[in-house]
Structure formats: C-alpha cells, structure tokens
Design a protein around this ligand. Structure first.
Ligand code: SF4
Ligand code: SF4
Length: 344
C-alpha cells in the first residue's frame, strides 16, 4: 500500500477540488481494521427489501463488507455531486408537442448520464491526487455499478445524512446530489470537507408528496413495489393493472420525494414526445437516448412505459397513438401491454 509523505495536506487538497468542481462535499475515509469493524456493524443494519433484483441479492454479502469486495483498499475517496451541475444534452431529447402525448422523465435523467459524468469527474480528481501526492496507486471507481452501499458509506464518511426519502442529504444541496466513490490502495487519514450537522428535519414532505404512499416511518416500511422509479426502471415484463395506474404520467424515474426535500435544486422534469418514442425507428431512439440514464432502460421498456402512460391519459389522441403503434410492433410484451390498455 502506498504511504503519503508528510508534506501532502489532505484537507487542502479536498477543499481545492470541492471548490474547483462545485462539489457539495468530499471526504477521504481510512479503511483501518477498527473502521472496517464499525462499517460492518453499520452496513449489517441496512434494510434490503425482499423484492431486490437477483444481482443485488447475490452481491449482498459483499455490499455489507467493503473488505470482502476490495481487500486491497486502504481508503475511499467519496464526493457528493449536485445534480444541477450535470451538463445539458445537445441536442436535447424530443419534447412533447401536447400534454396528450407527453411522458415525464425525471429531470436528472434528461441530462448527461450522471454515471458517465461522475466517472469523468472522479478520473480528474484521481489524476490530481496522483499529481499532488506524486504516488501511483491502484484505484477502482464505483458509481452505482459496484458492490458498495454508497449512501451508507457516504454517511459514515460524513458527507451528509440519509434522509427519510432514502437519499443522501448534503448541506446546501438537500437530497439533490449523487455520490461518486473510488477505492484506493493508499494509506490516507479521515478528512471531510463540508461536514454538517444532521440534515433530515423529519418534515415529512417527501412522504406527504409521494403520489403512491411509498415512504413509511422507517426504511423497512418503504413499499418498493409502489415506487414509480422502481416500476419504470427495474420492473421488467408485463405490469399488473394496479402497477400501470401507479405510473401516472412517468415513463422513467420520479423526482417528487427528492424535490420535496428543503434546500434541494433539481433539474426540471422533462416531457418526452411519446409519438416520437413509439413511431420513430428503434435505431434512431437508441442513438438519441445514448449517453443518458434513460439508455439503461432500453427501448422496449421505455415503450412499455410510454404505452402505459398513454393508457393512463385515456384521451382520444393517446388511445389513437396506442392503436397506431399496435399495428407496427412485433414485440409480444408491447402487444400484450397495448391490448390490455385498450381493453380497459
Ligand atoms: S423531505 Fe423532509 S423528511 Fe423527507 S428527507 Fe427531506 S428533510 Fe427528511
Ligand atoms: S420516487 Fe416517486 S414514487 Fe418513489 S418514493 Fe419517491 S415520490 Fe414516491
């Protein structure tokens, strides 16, 4: 493991990077044996809903013990990045011309993919760290895609607090930020920049404003099967009639409980043109959504959601669009979804 010289000032480094990149907070967390024990205790208490995907279930043990997934790591570099600094798309996604053909995309998802932007940002931070320390070290960047309970670790590192809406809350950004992390083969001390007092005021606005009464008093009461984000992004296949109603007018994600949090500043939700999404060639749709978080859903899931939103609108225009799409699709899932909606 690489050891730093006494001349390297961790706090000044983090303060400089936080200011230069507009970060909400940043921290180094040392993975000493005592810290790892503390983290294991903290992570053991995290509630894993029984409806979790197979991938998450398989990696549960590693998620509860960072030393199991990253035995070589001596520390973690973490930062909270406000969604508001994500660059706009150029050109933007096609905007709906009328409310009858609009499907809502959560604002953060109609911008440059935060995974890509976060990776680029972390790569810059690491290059600056390498230069400042004059050390070469092993790293692994983790942004949602590695077996790491990032929100709980960010809380342990002092970046903010996990709120009742399950998001990390940071000073000045509310819950409008995402976490980027890098495991480091480097011996670093604990340092946090912009550490704050507890942030969730338990005001209850997230629970009150959630359209589907998903948020309960404790994390174990979170009804993931009713959550629009989970239904639009993770739940594959044909949805039940009840789940279809729960989508409302959202085709990808939901930002209500994040936006409800005081201090936050989220990009505005985006009304996607569902006529374009359903009738344009699949290749064109794929190319257009490339580089946004929406790409992870894939064209078929987005079209399933678009049909459901049109069915929920239940206007002459929206039903005619479902019928027009039905004439041209070969996907059994989309045929079944469209027929179910038209038979309502
Ligand atoms: S909206 Fe209120 S209760 Fe919900 S996470 Fe934010 S501060 Fe906490
Ligand atoms: S993402 Fe939307 S549906 Fe899910 S808990 Fe938050 S407000 Fe409710």
């Amino acid at each position: 493991m690489a050891i730093l010289s006494d001349n390297f000032d961790c706090r000044s480094f983090l303060e400089g990077e936080t200011a230069a990149h507009g970060l909400a907070a940043a921290a180094f967390m040392a993975l000493t044996p005592a810290r790892l024990d503390e983290l294991r205790r903290r992570l053991a208490a995290i509630h894993f809903p029984p409806e979790l995907s197979e991938y998450l279930k398989k990696s549960e043990a590693m998620r509860r013990d960072p030393a199991m997934a990253f035995p070589w790591a001596g520390s973690i570099l973490m930062a909270a990045v406000p969604f508001s600094i994500l660059p706009d798309l150029s050109p933007p996604l096609p905007r709906a011309k009328s409310p009858d053909t609009a499907g809502v995309i959560a604002g953060y998802a109609a911008r440059t993919d935060y995974h890509l932007y976060g990776k680029m940002l972390m790569t810059e931070l690491l290059a600056n760290l390498e230069q400042a320390t004059d050390k070469m070290f092993k790293v692994e960047i983790c942004i949602d895609t590695k077996p790491l309970l990032e929100r709980a670790l960010a809380e342990a590192a002092g970046l903010g607090r996990v709120g009742r809406n399950s998001c990390i809350l940071c000073a000045g950004s509310g819950s409008s930020c995402f976490i980027i992390s890098a495991m480091l083969d480097l011996d670093l001390p604990d340092v946090t920049v912009k550490d704050t007092a507890p942030l969730c005021h338990s005001c209850g606005q997230c629970a009150k404003q959630c359209p589907n009464q998903v948020i309960g008093a404790t994390p174990a009461d979170f009804k993931v099967n009713r959550c629009i984000s989970s239904l639009t992004m993770e739940k594959r296949g044909l949805l039940t009639d009840e789940a279809m109603h729960l989508l409302g007018s959202n085709i990808f994600g939901c930002s209500v409980c994040t936006a409800a949090c005081p201090e936050g500043s989220l990009p505005e939700d985006f009304p996607l043109d569902l006529e374009w999404l359903l009738l344009a060639p699949s290749g064109e749709v794929r190319r257009t959504i490339s580089g946004t978080p929406v790409e992870y859903a894939g064209v078929t899931l987005l079209r399933r959601n678009a049909l459901i939103v049109l069915g929920n609108k239940n206007s002459e225009v929206s039903c005619n669009l479902i019928k027009e799409f039905l004439k041209k699709t070969n996907s059994q899932l989309l045929i079944d979804t469209a027929q179910r909606l038209l038979a309502r």
